[in-house]
Design a protein around this ligand. Structure first.
Ligand SMILES: Cc1cc2nc3c(=O)[nH]c(=O)nc-3n(C[C@H](O)[C@H](O)[C@H](O)COP(=O)(O)OP(=O)(O)OC[C@H]3O[C@@H](n4cnc5c(N)ncnc54)[C@H](O)[C@@H]3O)c2cc1C
Length: 831
């Protein structure tokens, strides 16, 4: 009995020491104490005590004596690690090293410091930024409609192009000293979200010059001369930039581009000049067809050693005026129904002088690192903001539509079947906007959040796609028939573009989020890899040893924490001081998931090693867990930052439950598919010792969220804040806004009429105009009748769909000039 008690204490002691990540000396003392107790109480036979004592001595040395430990253990392990470490290309290394680690590091640590997250200041707009949103953005939104850009101009109208150039929309990220607006990342994000709520071509045309491209690259890496000349021109729209990275044969694997620049002497402005002869073939380049300044990525080669010993100098970025002889540019692609300018460009042996390299000659070969660093910040803003803006508009408009549109004498938004997609739209949107704001805020704090921006890009665009699908399903035929009164079709058809660009989503989920996150955010792995690559043997040995033993304790600690928190339903996890009582349990549960993720990641990397890179399905699920922890963090932060609005609580609860359920499924997906079944067995016991506790958000939670979307309220306004809301019934969105208010006003009058009929004070015949009869019977007033009539009039506008002449205008456009001619057909005809 005493032995069992002793054993129980040993097991509890083991978990307690591991849980608190105890130092080596604490482990030594604890083991010594356990053995001493066993000896004193005669719990173990003398031989066993002797064996355990010797083992303790052997263990105490490595635990407490680093110099000896290195010689006996770490150096041998370092050599082994060097042999099994998967090879890493230069571009992979640059991608992993690019950017900074922020809250993702905490989520990967198993002990997120929630107080730190909650103390992060909420991003704010300056007066000038707010003015720009309230005036310039409102004005430009009023100048365009989706339908006209898509079907009349097939581009932005000329006056809109001029307006965005004159008002500085193309230079939001260019500092004021160079004539730009010098906006914060948050203000930039707010502008993009607002424009996205109005017109796809407008937002993309503004977004691209403010994203990865000549402007941003020049701000960070340009020479003083380049900055002085080009930045003011870009800021005022005197130059239209584009950036060409993607080649026909190198899409996601852009670093494999075949485009080449050979260092050579050539004639430029009548003089022999050092430069490069560049040959390239690019496609999908946004703004390319109208660009005046082509940012181009290619691989620089120096076969004649004009610059030094190296032949392959690496990926390089240059700016080429598109009027330069030899640049072929101007033709367009047709990306789904979108009409922003996008097309191919090419050049064959085009000579460019060295001063056209961004940053000049010293930056030759530094292009990939430049791109990765800028991508980390740009990816945090452009697509997350676009999709959030689009989702806000759809959620607001479809919520209104679902109240105005009745079937079976009931507003469709009140059917349980419709409540389900409505709840998803509301819950997703709340967390999307929270994630957008937190990530843009991180950029304003000076972070280049490589992993978090990938998470924001992937999850916000995927949620945007789901919201577009839900909106379409709820609207039925209204969403399908194209025309000026269809407010869904453009977003629905164009959302795949967001999925594909700036890192196609499948690749981002399968390879980048966890692949980069595990190495970049892990407290020890990058240090171990750096040590393995270090040429200085002593330094490598010391660094590797320190990282390795801290790593071992880290794994044990996270295993114990995941298990203990799993056993006690996370009640033992710390809660940050002063958080809303209704969110306390979420912090505890997320801390548990953080420890479990850290443990599962380490076991996966340890057991699968380099093979984990190819096990993309496992890697994707591990990335999903990290992503859901980030989405929950942003959601809880938003709830606090907005003053714990009680009316918004259903949105917060739905979003957190949904994300935790998804994280649980991702854990389950990794464990069920883990190749080593014994390890999988242990993993399951450690991560879910009492089974899987999380469920999908309840029907009641969904009902509460759906109700918030189908009537005007401060919550609905906060959820969809910052979008462009047109006024008047001649605009599809304006009509819904008016119709929703009118419907609610009329509902009260209709209830009065129904009550009178039920009470027998009003008798009507089938098909009779009941409101008119109610007026005649003095049950309602003339004003009330007017309310009912106005609601019916507006509802009729809202449900109306467009129709066209029988040939859809084909005869009018059936001419050589009006028909776009694909290059493939032109070539065939010429042959
Ligand atoms: C409208 C539009 C605008 C664009 N604008 C620009 C621009 O301005 N400048 C520019 O340089 N480029 C631009 N692009 C290019 C864009 O960045 C690429 O389309 C993108 O990188 C994907 O390349 P791809 O289309 O060739 O697809 P592919 O690389 O052929 O990928 C096909 C599929 O395979 C998946 N995949 C690839 N590798 C992996 C992997 N290892 N694991 C799992 N899945 C993988 C991808 O996720 C994708 O689903 C634009 C593209 C479009 C469509």
């Amino acid at each position: 009995m005493l032995t069992i008690f002793w054993l129980a204490i040993v097991v509890v002691g083991f978990f307690a020491l591991a849980y608190i990540n105890a130092a080596g000396w604490a482990w030594t003392l604890a083991i010594a104490a356990a053995l001493a107790a066993a000896a004193l109480l005669h719990l173990l036979p003398p031989l066993a005590l002797l064996v355990f004592g010797a083992a303790l001595l052997l263990l105490a040395i490595p635990l407490n004596w680093p110099t000896l430990r290195r010689k006996l253990i770490s150096d041998a392990l370092l050599n082994g690690f060097r042999k099994v470490m998967p090879p890493m290309s230069q571009t992979e290394r640059e991608a992993i090293e690019a950017g900074t680690v922020w809250w993702d590091g905490d989520l990967f640590s198993g002990r997120p410091d929630w107080a730190k997250l909650l103390a992060v200041p909420q991003p704010k707009l300056t007066a000038a930024e707010q003015y720009f949103l309230d005036h310039d953005c409102e004005e430009v939104c009023a100048m365009v409609t989706e339908w006209e850009t898509m079907h009349v101009h097939r581009d932005l109208p000329p006056q809109v192009w001029q307006f965005i150039k004159d008002r500085g929309f193309l230079g939001m990220i260019i500092p004021k000293e160079y004539g730009g607006l010098g906006f914060s990342a948050f203000a930039h994000s707010e502008v993009v979200a607002k424009l996205a709520s109005r017109c796809g071509a407008l937002v993309v045309t503004v977004m691209v010059p403010n994203s990865l491209g000549p402007g941003e690259l020049l701000v960070h890496y340009g020479t003083d001369e380049q900055k002085r000349y080009f930045l003011p021109r870009l800021a005022k729209g005197l130059e239209i930039p584009c950036f060409a990275l993607t080649s026909p044969m190198a899409g996601s694997d852009a670093a494999a581009m075949p485009d080449r620049g050979i260092v050579c002497m050539g004639e430029f402005e009548g003089r022999q000049t050092l430069g490069l002869r560049v040959t390239w073939d690019k496609r999908y380049i946004t703004l390319g067809p109208v660009a005046t300044l082509l940012g181009l990525a290619f691989r620089a080669l120096d076969p004649d050693h004009l610059l030094g010993d190296k032949v392959d100098l690496g990926i390089t970025c240059a700016m080429i005026p598109t009027r330069h002889p030899g640049v072929n540019i101007g033709r367009r692609h047709m990306p789904l129904t979108a009409v922003f300018q996008n097309g191919p460009n090419s050049g064959d042996d085009v000579f460019i002088p060295m001063q056209w390299i961004i940053g000049g000659q010293p930056m030759i070969g530094r292009g990939w690192r430049m791109l990765m660093e800028c991508l980390a910040a740009g990816r945090a803003i452009s697509l997350p903001s676009t999709n959030t803006g689009m989702a806000k508009l759809l959620t607001r408009a479809v919520g209104g539509y679902a109240r105005v549109r009745s079937q079976f004498k009931t507003p469709i938004g009140k059917f349980e079947g419709i409540e389900e997609p409505l709840a998803r739209m509301g819950g997703y949107l709340y967390s999307m906007d929270a994630t957008r704001v937190l990530t843009a805020g991180a950029v304003d704090l000076g972070e280049k959040p490589a992993v978090l921006s990938a998470i924001a890009k992937y999850h916000i665009t995927e949620r945007g796609r789901q919201i577009a699908n839900d909106a379409m399903d709820i609207a039925g035929g209204k969403g399908i028939c194209m025309g000026p009164s269809n407010f869904i079709a453009a977003a629905y058809t164009q959302v795949p573009i967001s999925i594909t660009v700036e890192g196609a989503n499948i690749l981002t989920r399968s390879l980048i989020i966890f692949g980069q996150g595990a190495i970049r955010c892990h407290p020890y792995v990058l240090k171990e890899i750096a040590a393995a690559n270090d040429g200085d043997a002593t330094r490598a040995s010391i660094t590797f040893d320190a990282a390795l033993f801290a790593h071992v304790r880290f794994v044990l600690s996270n295993m114990a924490r995941a298990f203990v928190m799993g056993l006690c339903g996370s009640h033992c996890a710390q809660v940050p001081a002063g958080v809303a009582p209704e969110t306390r349990r979420y912090y505890q549960q997320l801390t548990r998931f953080s420890s479990a993720l850290a443990f599962l990641s380490d076991v996966s990397m340890g057991v699968l090693g380099g093979a984990l890179k190819r096990k993309e399905k496992l890697s994707a699920r591990l990335g999903d867990i990290l992503s859901m922890l980030y989405v929950c963090s942003a959601t809880l932060k938003r709830y606090e930052a907005e003053g714990r609005q009680a009316a918004d609580a259903p949105l917060m609860h739905w979003a957190v439950w949904d994300a935790m359920y998804k994280a649980q499924n991702a854990f389950e997906g990794v464990i069920s598919n883990f190749p080593n079944r014994i390890v999988a067995f242990v993993l399951r016991r450690m991560v879910f010792p009492l089974g899987r506790p999380y469920m999908v958000p309840s029907d009641q939670a969904g009902h509460e969220v759906a109700r918030l979307l189908i009537e005007p309220s401060a919550t609905r306004d906060r959820l969809t804040a910052g979008i462009y809301l047109p006024h008047g019934e001649s605009d599809a969105i304006g009509a819904i806004e008016l119709a929703l208010a009118a419907t609610l006003a009329a509902e009260a009058v209709e209830a009065k009429v129904r009550a009178a009929i039920k009470a027998g004070t009003l008798v009507t015949q089938a098909g009779e105009d009941r409101p008119a009869a109610a007026l005649a019977a003095a049950i309602i007033t003339a004003d009330e009748l007017a309310l009912v009539r106005r609601a019916a009039h507006l509802a009729e506008i809202v449900v109306r769909v467009d129709d066209f002449e029988q040939d859809l205008g084909a005869a009018a456009s059936r001419s050589e000039i009006a028909m776009p001619r694909p290059a493939t057909i032109t070539h065939k005809a010429a042959a």
